[in-house]
Design a binder for this molecule. Structure first.
Ligand code: SAM
Length: 273
């Protein structure tokens, strides 16, 4: 990308989109726009309605620097330090997995569940905290606990809890091992990708402990089911995310805890008792 000549918004977007497409980035066009918005600190509409605006030297330098990283498939959310989840903007960085759009199904399923008389929700493996925090924002009557076994991840959780000014408990914990909460509802988006799976290049920049799990990806859900038995805890609902080919075994696993699979949306499933 040229840095010494006059470049307009539309020229920069066209060149960046071309380069990202060649590099195999599927979201080339939207990513170019996101990078330019971030570099100019302007909303999308402002950029798109001013195609002939000439970038300053400083803006061009920053946009090109970010583009270079994106060409290496560095995740766009780590570049801009933000991600949209359920129509809200959360802070994000390399200490946590970048929340996936498909995980919004946790909130959709929660909305389809009878939770008016339930009070306590635990987000196990909370990472950035998107699931627990969104639950609290959508259902203010809930008390929220956010658990993760990564101190670094919990720092990001804390940033988002402050950002949205919600009250919640944040705890370092191996699954629910360190928690004495009431557990009416558990949301668990735990690592479930088998080690043998090839992940895309962007995901290779994310924390491995957020993605992979031993035992064909089932290790953490099996451990959670065991902890519930040991702690004699029976939440009304357990929501989990997993691969399609894991749900049969997980349904069997949770049936040992007297849970039935009662609702699914995409990769997210609800177990009830
Ligand atoms: C797939 S990420 C999900 C993050 C977030 N809930 C989301 O939906 O974007 C899994 C999270 O589980 C955490 N984790 C992994 N093993 C854990 C364990 N044994 N106990 C608690 N958290 C764990 C990871 O640190 C990571 O933040």
């Amino acid at each position: 990308m040229r840095t010494n000549l006059l470049t307009t918004n539309s020229e920069w977007l066209k060149n960046a989109t071309q380069k990202l497409t060649v590099a195999g980035v599927e979201s080339a066009s939207i990513d170019s726009l996101i990078i330019l918005c971030f570099s100019l600190s302007l909303p999308k509409l402002e950029i798109l309605t001013n195609p002939n605006k000439i970038l300053t030297r400083k803006e061009l330098k920053l946009a090109n620097k970010l583009l270079t990283k994106r060409l290496e498939h560095y995740p766009i959310s780590y570049l801009t330090k933000q991600v949209e989840f359920y129509n809200r903007t959360f802070y994000i960085d390399r200490r946590v997995l970048s929340p996936r759009p498909e995980s919004e199904s946790f909130i959709n399923l929660l909305k389809l569940s009878d939770i008016s008389n339930l009070k306590y929700l635990t987000d196990v493996g909370c990472g950035s905290g998107v699931l627990g925090i969104t639950s609290k924002l959508e259902f203010p009557h809930l008390n929220i606990e956010l658990l993760d076994n990564s101190k670094n991840a919990l720092k990001v959780t804390g940033i988002n809890v402050d950002k949205f000014q919600i009250s919640s408990k944040i705890k370092l914990s191996n699954l629910i091992g360190n928690s004495d909460y009431k557990f009416d509802i558990i949301l668990a988006n735990l690592p479930y990708i088998p080690y043998t799976t090839t992940i895309n290049r962007a995901a290779s920049f994310e924390p491995k402990m957020s993605i992979f799990a031993p035992d064909n990806g089932l290790h953490f859900y099996k451990a959670l089911a065991r902890q519930l038995v040991v702690k004699k805890k029976n939440p009304k609902y357990i929501f989990i995310e997993c691969l399609d080919n894991q749900i049969t075994e997980l349904t069997k696993l949770f049936s040992n805890n007297s849970y039935k699979l009662t609702m699914s949306e995409g990769l997210v499933h609800r177990f009830s008792r």
